[in-house]
Design a binder for this molecule. Structure first.
Ligand code: GRG
Length: 298
């Protein structure tokens, strides 16, 4: 399949839905700097990986993506809040993201902080509105959102990010780095898959297969991010290169070396693709996304 064309097509759907979500706010609010900061980060060129995973997973079970699309946007709203907060001076202090100035560089720290919280609360509201709009799917929407917010919270992204901050400048064992990566990054990617799967799948075995797929590509994604941080330059990455090294971050290359990290990422991607091949559903887009993630340059 033509994965680039598929990703572009899905990204356009996600962008249109996010626009609709943002446009619900009245013009007097949209004029406020903190609202403009929200929009700045939400529409500054993200790949939309998480919502695309939700859509691709839902599409493996149903042609109807009306519920999966807003749920995917919930993940993108959370992801965008996490990037804004992650870039703040008190955290990673990054000045470039997706080739643009980071939110706090443009709008200042207080406004960027509010923009992050506004995105997070908009994510809750989007769940609530989706459940109300599709009453026959209400139960599934609540369960998908439970998975999303569980994996975005202390047992997932927030917990992983806290562990990542405490790990700075310390020498780490591989298990500790794996814990950080699985929580900081893989948890939200896994939730993106499960949010779509939960809507339609009632076979526990299949659900588990999707869960391992999400975890494997999520971990591989962060290992590849570590590798790219070392090997690419700022222009290609669209963010400050080698910032992990400067900040003494716990990364796979710092613990097992560059070549072993690449091998580990390759192994996880191959395993993820093999496990999904056993599912008797149209999962080609997900397999192609896994391959694409391994080959990505940014
Ligand atoms: C402060 C303890 C504490 C928690 C707050 C800030 C935060 C929660 C979590 C940060 C988690 C984080 C930023 C993980 C990195 C994940 C990652 C590799 C992001 C890049 O994802 P892409 O490449 O981004 O999908 P695009 O730009 O395409 O959207």
């Amino acid at each position: 399949m033509n994965i680039k064309a598929y990703l572009l097509e899905q990204k356009e759907k996600v962008d249109a839905q996010l626009n609709e979500i943002i446009k619900q706010d009245p013009p007097r609010l949209r004029e406020q700097p903190w609202h403009q900061a929200m929009e700045y980060s939400l529409f500054s060129g993200g790949k939309r990986l998480r919502p695309i995973l939700t859509l691709a997973t839902a599409q493996a079970f149903s042609a109807d993506t009306r519920v999966a699309l807003p749920l995917g946007c919930v993940l993108e709203l959370i992801h965008t809040y996490s990037l804004i907060h992650d870039d703040l001076p008190a955290l990673d202090n990054d000045t470039i993201r997706r080739g643009n100035k980071t939110c706090h560089v443009v709008y200042g720290v207080p406004i960027a902080t509010w923009a992050g919280f506004a995105l997070l609360t908009k994510a809750y509201k989007t769940v609530w509105e989706t459940a109300r709009r599709y009453p026959t799917m209400k139960k599934q929407v609540w369960e998908s959102s439970r998975i999303i917010f569980h994996n975005a919270g202390v047992d997932g992204m927030v917990g992983g990010q806290a562990a990542d901050l405490y790990a700075e400048m310390k020498s780490m064992a591989l298990e500790e780095v794996e814990y950080i990566h699985l929580n900081k990054t893989a948890a939200l990617i896994e939730a993106s898959i499960l949010a779509g799967c939960n809507l339609y799948c009632d076979e526990p075995h299949t659900y588990k297969t999707f869960m391992s797929f999400g975890r494997d590509i999520g971990l591989a994604f962060q290992i590849i991010d570590d590798v790219l941080d070392l090997m690419s330059d700022t222009e290609v990455l669209g963010k400050n290169a080698q910032s992990d090294l400067e900040q003494g971050k716990a990364t796979y290359p710092s613990v097992i070396g560059l070549e072993n990290s690449k091998k580990k990422a390759r192994h996880l991607i191959e395993r993820s693709m093999d496990s999904l091949r056993s599912v008797d559903r149209p999962v080609e887009p997900l397999i192609a996304i896994a391959q694409y993630l391994y080959e990505r340059k940014m």
